[in-house]
Write a protein that binds this ligand. Sequence first.
Ligand SMILES: Nc1nc2c(ncn2[C@@H]2O[C@H](COP(=O)(O)OP(=O)(O)OP(=O)(O)O)[C@@H](O)[C@H]2O)c(=O)[nH]1
Ligand SMILES: [Mg+2]
Length: 464
Amino acid sequence: MVFQGDDTDTIAALATPYGESGIGIVRISGPEAKRIAEKVFRPKRGPALLQSHQIRYGEIVDPKEEGIIDEVLLTFMAAPMTYTREDVVEINCHGGFFVLQRVLEVVLREGAREALPGEFTKRAFLAGRIDLAQAEAVADIIQAKTEEGLRLAREQLRGRLSQEVEGLRGELLGILVPIEAYIDFSEEDIDPPSMEGVREGIHRIVAKVDGLIRAYEDGQVYRDGVKVAIVGKTNAGKSSLLNQLLERKRAIVTAIPGTTTDVIEEVINLSGVLIRLTDMAGLRDPMGEVEQEGVKLAEEKVSEAHLILLVLDRNRPLDDEDRRIFRELEGKKIIVVLNKIDLPPRLSEEDVRGEVGNRDIYPISALRGDGIEGLKAALVDAIAKGRARSEGGEFIPVNLRHKRVLERAKEVLEGVSEGLEQRIPWDLAAIETRRVLDTLGEIVGETTSEEVLGEIFSRFCIGK
Ligand SMILES: Nc1nc2c(ncn2[C@@H]2O[C@H](COP(=O)(O)OP(=O)(O)OP(=O)(O)O)[C@@H](O)[C@H]2O)c(=O)[nH]1
Ligand SMILES: [Mg+2]
């Protein structure tokens, strides 16, 4: 859905979800908010006129039918000290579907329009109270599924990325100003800028842009979760391990090899990190058409995974199938799980070491649950380590839209640097560099098109 609608009229929506709850809130924003509130609200005590930032107790009435709809607490907040910087009214009603529907109905009838998704936040953005990256953070906070995801969104709301981008634009301007001065006053006796100096400056900025692009990849782990694939040959105990990690019987477990044919995906939250676990067919030469499809799907999942849990059956010696799997996993991040330690060992740690080198090996019994807690800790550790490596310091929230903007900026900057080496005229270099300033401005919303804005705000729920 693309966002449309007048940005100056008065809007209203339910700010809490439909359904039964202790309270539900109807929110109104815009120039008519106060008038509408005074029309539908009858205070139990005190003056009829509403004063800013005071909570009042009273009733919502239907002015047409003279009937009482609900007993409420109403707050009027005068612009500009409000979320949208417009006049805002919030009505705390009883949280029933029907009551809320009726209150909203009379508010709309008195002159408000139903708000579109994210429209309150869009107004905060248009009024300059928050920038675009911060507006996006509001949606991220609402949608956060883990503590870490929430932390990231909070950083963004505080303007962490915006500061970073403003810094970059400042540096870029520092490069641009002497070039433009040279172009504008070329008749006078100004020396041309040093080509090497300009290129160095551009490279420094590109390196920072690269850092932000990497931050996206790190952040993705917290926003969307880490993909962990459970891999091993048939009957190794993959589905049993999935069930142990989920602490419920999700996948079918039988003694027949080839039990799992489809891909099973489930999400767990370990220490604030969202983990997307996939269990699937054992990797082997498929026996029939169903299994063939299953193995194909499984191979796809392996290639997408950030991390592999490789399950080996300690009760059986290694065979060609195992070796084929080792080869297929080359170059992937792997945690080795030695399963069925409740049975007699037919596979020594040395045999396994010969194949997996000095990777950590976790002995478990997926049947009895032994070693599962240790394995969980190892999982979290492996993910945290991966992050520390690429992060190299503070954490900056970057989403996919930001990343695309950054990639475009980087491309143009690299083009300018190459061009300068080939002696393109200074005015061309200046034009291109200015373009990057605008491009970066899209992150904070200074130069963002109406269409992109529409897309961003339609991600929100109604009432925010
Ligand atoms: N004794 C013992 N048996 C286990 C253990 N883990 C799994 N099993 C048994 O091994 C058999 C296969 O287990 P599954 O979890 O279905 O193995 P899988 O790797 O998912 O097998 P496929 O889906 O066929 O590829 C079942 O009979 C399980 O009960 C274990 O730690 N100890
Ligand atoms: Mg299975």
